[in-house]
Design a protein around this ligand. Structure first.
Ligand code: ITT
Length: 195
């Protein structure tokens, strides 16, 4: 089976991507190979995902798959967006980021609760690959004021999924992978591999 580096240090992403890639690739996380993380200097999800994929491929010599993702909240003009992981500051925990989002929304006094998770998935065969695979998918939902559910990671406990009547932290891992931004992007990636 072909080897693939997962260019992420986020254990929640590794868990979800690994489950969906099993049987197709032998997946190795960049942590296992001691890849040094690279500054995410792009202004879009795609730019940052490409930076991460090229970095992991450069340091390992293997094909790499990166995921840059985040939560885009309409009432906050798209924030936290590409800064989702560091919304409450560098090294902030998921809980701190989520609480900052709730307090910003409260202060903002806008009752528009529409939001979407966004995922840019990039795959490079080698670090200078001029034709990377780039896939983007969004997942629509609403932000709720209370924290609900134990599953997932990040902002899942406040992301309400109208089609399922629960938060994404209340979905089973399999259900989340079927419908999430990351799940949809990975399904599209696997389809492209077949072609
Ligand atoms: P890597 O850059 O190493 O991949 P990271 O956590 O820094 O890890 P990002 O810069 O892409 O990754 O930030 C993604 C953040 O967006 C993540 O930390 C969560 O807060 C949020 N996020 C992304 N996908 C999510 C999901 O499925 N559920 C909940 N929160 C999610």
């Amino acid at each position: 089976m072909k080897k693939l580096i997962l260019a992420t240090g986020n254990s929640g992403k590794v868990r979800e991507l690994d489950a969906m890639l099993s049987g197709v690739y032998e997946v190795i996380s960049q942590k296992e190979l001691g890849v040094n993380e690279v500054p995410e200097t792009g202004l879009s999800f795609v730019e940052n995902a490409l930076i991460k994929a090229r970095n992991a491929s450069k340091q390992t010599g293997l094909p790499a798959l990166a995921d840059d993702s985040g939560l885009v909240v309409d009432a906050l003009s798209g924030a936290p967006g590409i800064y989702s992981a560091r919304y409450a500051g560098k090294g902030a925990s998921d809980e701190e980021n989520l609480q900052k989002l709730l307090s910003d929304l409260k202060r903002n006094n806008n009752d528009n609760r529409r939001a979407r998770f966004w995922c840019a998935l990039t795959f490079v065969q080698h670090c200078q690959d001029p034709t990377p695979v780039i896939i983007q998918r969004g997942w629509e939902g609403e932000i709720i004021d209370e924290v609900r559910g134990e599953g997932g990671f990040g902002y899942d406990p406040i992301f309400y999924v109208p089609s399922h009547g629960c938060t994404s932290a209340e979905l089973s891992p399999e259900e989340k992978n079927k419908i999430s931004h990351r799940g949809q992007a990975l399904q599209a990636f696997l389809e492209q591999l077949k072609d």
